[in-house]
Structure formats: C-alpha cells, structure tokens
Design a protein around this ligand. Structure first.
Ligand SMILES: [Zn+2]
Length: 171
C-alpha cells in the first residue's frame, strides 16, 4: 500500500467517522491489516473494532458487577464454608447423645413420689412403716399434725428419738 497524502487524509477522515478498520480497508481497497498498521504509525486514536467494541461494552457492563463483586463473592464463599463443618459435625454428636440419653429418664419410685407429694401438701404422716423396698413398706398416712410431716404419734416418736440421740451424744 502506497500511503499518499490523499490516502492518509482519507484514512484519517474515515477513521474520524468511526468506521471499523475492516470497513475503512474495504472503502480504500486495502487490507484491514494495512489500515491498522498505518493508523498505528499515524498515532491515530485507538479505533476499537466491532468485536473489541463489544468486548469493551461487555467489560463496561461487567464493570459495575465487578464493583459489587468483591463484596458478593465472599458472602457465598463464607456461606459455603460455614455449612460444610456443620454438615460434617452433627453426625458424631448425635450418636453419643442418643446412646447416653435412653438411660437418663429414670422414673421416680412410687414411694418417693408419695413422700414428696405428702410432704409438699403436708397432709398425711410420712412416717415409714416396714422395710423400705419390700411390699409391706408403706407410710403411716395418718393426718399429719399441722406444720409437721408426721401425725401426732409419730412426731412424738421422731422428736423423742432426736432427743435420745442428743442425750447419748452428751453422755
Ligand atoms: Zn404417723
């Protein structure tokens, strides 16, 4: 390509009109490479080809996304990292917990429950009668003296016994 002043002027004109290098080449009957090379030597402003313009537009469109990008990616990343340990961890604890739990609920023995109930209500004597743990074992169940867990008779026994022990301890 012989770049005459006229040709150079035409290239500048077409270049300024914003035609692509391929279009300029077609109009001037030169190869696109010749247009690009001459434009480069003339220091013409960068003329993005249609493809490059799309790329630039894509980059510009992507730019806003990249601005928010730095904040967004870490969130999903941290979220993905967080659930991972949780998914792995639960199985181990669940097995031992289930193994330990079954023996835990121990029903309170009926006699003890009766004691607790009568003591809380303070209505009947809680004096134990018989051998604890045997079928004959029971509580007095007589009306308790007010303010005491035993009936009058058993309350006397209880406090006499305490007094006796004190006397023995003192002697
Ligand atoms: Zn009693």
């Amino acid at each position: 390509m012989d770049w005459t002043d006229e040709a150079i002027a035409r290239l500048r004109a077409l270049w300024d009109e914003g035609h692509s290098t391929a279009e300029i080449g077609r109009r001037m009957s030169v190869s696109k490479n010749a247009v690009v090379g001459k434009a480069h030597r003339l220091n013409l402003p960068a003329r993005p080809s249609p493809i490059r313009r799309d790329a630039a537009a894509t980059a510009r469109a992507a730019a806003p996304r990249r601005v928010t990008g730095p904040t967004l990616p870490p969130l999903p990343a941290s979220l993905e990292e967080a659930p991972a340990p949780e998914v792995v961890l639960p199985p181990p604890p669940v097995v031992p917990v289930r193994a330990v739990q079954p023996p835990a609920p121990r029903p309170i023995p009926a006699p003890l429950r009766a004691v607790a109930a009568s003591r809380s209500r303070n209505l009947t004597c809680c004096w134990p009668i018989g051998e604890p743990g045997t079928k004959s074992f029971r509580f007095c169940d007589a009306d308790a003296a007010s303010g005491k867990p035993y009936c009058g008779e058993h309350a006397q026994l209880a406090y006499v016994k305490v007094r006796d022990r004190r006397d023995e301890a003192a002697a």
